[in-house]
Design a protein around this ligand. Structure first.
Ligand code: GRG
Length: 296
């Protein structure tokens, strides 16, 4: 398989579905719907929806049944980026190559666009239209998996510890807590939701969960490394922000070389976990490599 083609086609499919699922710009209140769409369609990599679709297909599931949940994940991810960029948090001016939501729409609309995207995600996850062919128990599990990963025991919790650790010397377990919660939790949930939607049995679910946990942490370490060595143009946002904010990162704690070594170790662990799934898991193997080697 050609990974670039796989990613491009997957992104197009996800974008088309997002366009269908998001309220139209013309619907009242139009300023809010414009802000929601502005950030969703600003050109993200769509890694979470793609992981969900790939996990679903790795266990024999169909893409159509998984697309609503894939889009819901991207909505939750986009809300987190909008809120993370706010003056009360990272106070960033650029994201995905464009001025951030609060710079364009003002702080109040940016907060509300994030709130509405989070809410829209759960409307979509629980919608009988999008999920008409799924047994209700599967739908309920997916809502639980994604809700827990996004909430105070997952992404939001990781964000809080990250904020509270700024400018402090933190130990390695705290750093791992931040990374596995702030970023890793939603990536693991993408894989677990995809596995559940695809009808994974227990061993396949466990193998995919191991993949998701390792790939999620590797993704964040790669993000830390890109903040040091990446290019502003390909990242679509400023670089060096972690260091100037006194954020705890892998390169800061381990040095660049060891941080890269840890990301590679996790990538290899993720790929090894897929052994029982055979050829159907090939896209997931290739995505694990992409996660560590990417430039944006
Ligand atoms: C505000 C509740 C709340 C949570 C914020 C995700 C997050 C938690 C903050 C984002 C800060 C950040 C840059 C984290 C590093 C990892 C990360 C999530 C990067 C952005 O995700 P990508 O690379 O972005 O998938 P695209 O734009 O490609 O979707």
């Amino acid at each position: 398989m050609d990974l670039e083609t796989y990613l491009r086609e997957g992104r197009m499919q996800v974008d088309q579905a997002l366009d269908t699922f998001l309220p139209a710009e013309g619907l009242l209140p139009s300023s809010l719907h414009r802000a929601m769409r502005y950030s969703v369609f600003a050109g993200g990599k769509r890694i979470r929806p793609l992981l969900l679709l790939a996990a679903c297909e790795a266990v024999g599931g169909g893409r159509d049944d998984a697309l609503p949940a894939a889009c819901a994940l991207e909505m939750i991810h986009t809300y987190s980026l909008i809120h993370d960029d706010l003056p009360a948090m990272d106070n960033d001016d650029f994201r995905r190559g464009r001025p951030t939501s609060h710079k364009v729409f003002g702080e109040a609309i940016a907060v509300l666009a994030g709130d509405a995207l989070l809410t829209e995600a759960f409307i979509l996850l629980s919608s009988p239209v999008g999920n008409r062919r799924l047994p209700p128990a599967v739908g309920r599990d997916v809502i639980q998996i994604i809700g827990r990963a996004a909430g105070s025991l997952g992404m939001v919790g990781g964000q809080v510890v990250d904020m509270e650790s700024e400018g402090q010397t933190i130990d390695f377990p705290t750093l791992e807590y931040i990374h596995t919660h702030k970023t890793g939790a939603l990536i693991l949930a993408s894989i677990q939701a995809g596995a559940r939607l695809g009808g994974a049995d227990e061993p396949a679910y466990a193998a995919l969960s191991e993949y998701g946990a390792a790939a999620g942490l590797a993704f964040q370490i790669a993000d830390d490394i890109l903040d040091v060595v990446g290019e502003r143009e390909s990242l679509g946002k400023g670089v060096g922000g972690d260091q100037s904010r006194g954020k705890a990162t892998y390169p800061a704690l381990l040095g660049l070389q060891d941080a890269r070594g840890r990301a590679i170790e996790l990538r290899d662990r993720a790929v090894a976990a897929l052994a029982p799934l055979g050829g159907a898991a090939e896209p997931l193997r290739r995505i694990a490599h992409y996660i560590v080697d990417r430039s944006s």
